[in-house]
Design a protein around this ligand. Sequence first.
Ligand code: SF4
Length: 102
Amino acid sequence: MGEIIYKTLIRLGIFLLVLWFLKNYFDEKYFLIISLFVIYFFIFHPAYLNYKKFTEESKNILTGTLCSSCKHFDESAILCTKYDKHPTENYIPCEGNDWEPK
Ligand code: SF4
């Protein structure tokens, strides 16, 4: 989740700079429309798609892994708090050795 926010902020910074440099090339009324278009299609829409992909992948981890039933698992961040690593469907940081029931 943090990665999505981080990448979105990077994209936002880059495109705001690009818009800043392009503002003299467009008439003011078109510039507003172009700005809204760029902000939606290059910043918000990719962030939404990444968030959707993250929730889809998270769903599988939350329901189908050993970590989902472990007390060291933080569901909101999909994180093993003991190892400070993100488990996946194919990767369990402790390999099951430190699993403890919730
Ligand atoms: S301790 Fe092991 S089983 Fe528990 S959340 Fe971490 S990696 Fe998963």
